[in-house]
Design a protein around this ligand. Structure first.
Ligand SMILES: [Zn+2]
Length: 124
């Protein structure tokens, strides 16, 4: 349920970014969600479709890049994905320690469509 307020934030950021570029609509949003971020991408997508209604972001393609969490082996400095039931480094067998990889949560890209009918009227 905590995906709702964060999705409101996302729609706000996207809306502001689109306005700044005088975009008529947003065509695609790419979100990066780490496995350990605490957010569920599917829920955000669902809320996005609801919250974005009536904004320039309505109907935008919503793409999510998931990042798997990784452990660090302090023995051989290898970063690796944790296996089921095991924290062991695949190279040397030492148990890995948690890292920040997988805690990512940010908007990677916002693609907008700019209306061309409004020719360059000298700008600001
Ligand atoms: Zn190792």
């Amino acid at each position: 349920m905590h995906e709702y307020p964060i999705t409101q934030q996302i729609v706000k950021i996207v809306d502001e970014a689109a306005r700044k570029q005088h975009a008529s609509r947003v065509s695609k949003i790419t979100l990066v969600v780490g496995e350990l971020s605490g957010f569920v991408g599917d829920s955000i997508h669902l809320y996005f479709d609801i919250i974005s209604k009536g904004t320039v972001a309505e109907g935008a393609e919503f793409s999510i890049t998931y990042i798997k969490s990784k452990l660090l082996c302090e023995n051989c400095l290898e970063h690796f994905e944790r296996q089921m039931y095991s924290f062991a480094c695949p190279r040397c067998g030492t148990d890995g320690v948690p890292t920040d990889i997988g805690k990512e949560f940010y908007i990677q890209d916002i693609e907008v469509e700019i209306e061309s009918s409004q020719n360059n009227s000298d700008g600001e």
